[in-house]
Design a protein around this ligand. Structure first.
Ligand code: AR6
Length: 174
């Protein structure tokens, strides 16, 4: 059955969350980085990186394209899976909103394939990739609200006050 998931806002570090699946704001190498990606690999342990390397050795030899998503184990995190997705780098010249929306849609599609019922997302692209927070929140909330999925609960895990305020405002407006 597909319904609209309940939206929940949480404040803090996504690696402290419990959910069936935690979404990682990765890069196309899948081999780690800073921000959420760094925290997930640090806390989740080497099993996650080992599965990422296996993905690179197989189907994703050229890396995971922007806007797509793929799952691995969650290692030592309090979750069954990590869903890695690659957000677009913010650009003033080019509208990459559809790629950012695709990250949320594709992550939910992968979650459905896995049978995940609860999913936690960070604010994809709004850190190192430079996406303005208000617009990142708009795309996140509109896309999750507009996607048919069997996921029952989506938690946006917001790392600072600005992010929390932007998502709270958007949840009220949408
Ligand atoms: N938990 C929740 N949110 C966090 C955490 C955390 N532990 N750490 C940062 N944030 P970012 P991006 C917030 O930079 O912009 C990596 O190097 C952060 O404040 O993690 O998609 C990857 O390998 C921001 O609001 O992801 C890529 O190269 C949001 O999460 C690149 O960064 C996303 O910030 C991806 O950049």
């Amino acid at each position: 059955m597909t319904t609209r998931p309940d939206l929940v806002l949480a404040f803090g570090d996504i690696t402290e969350q419990h959910a069936d699946a935690l979404v990682n704001a990765a890069n196309s190498s899948l081999l780690g980085g800073g921000g959420v990606d760094g925290a997930i690999h640090r806390k989740g342990g080497p099993e996650i990186l080992a599965e990422c390397r296996a993905l690179r050795a197989g189907h994703y030899g050229k890396g995971l394209p922007t806007g797509q998503a793929v799952a691995t184990t969650a290692g030592r995190l309090d979750a069954r899976w990590v869903i890695h997705t690659v957000g677009p780098v913010w650009s003033r010249e080019e509208d990459r909103s559809e790629q950012l929306a695709s990250c949320y849609r594709e992550s939910l599609r992968v979650a459905d394939e896995l049978g995940a019922r609860t999913v936690a997302f960070p604010a994809i692209s709004t850190g190192i990739y430079g996406w303005p927070m208000d617009d990142g929140a708009r795309i996140a909330v509109e896309t999750v609200r507009g996607t048919e999925t069997a996921v029952e609960e989506v938690t946006f895990v917001l790392f600072d006050e600005e992010a929390y305020r932007a998502f709270a405002k958007r949840v009220r407006l949408t």
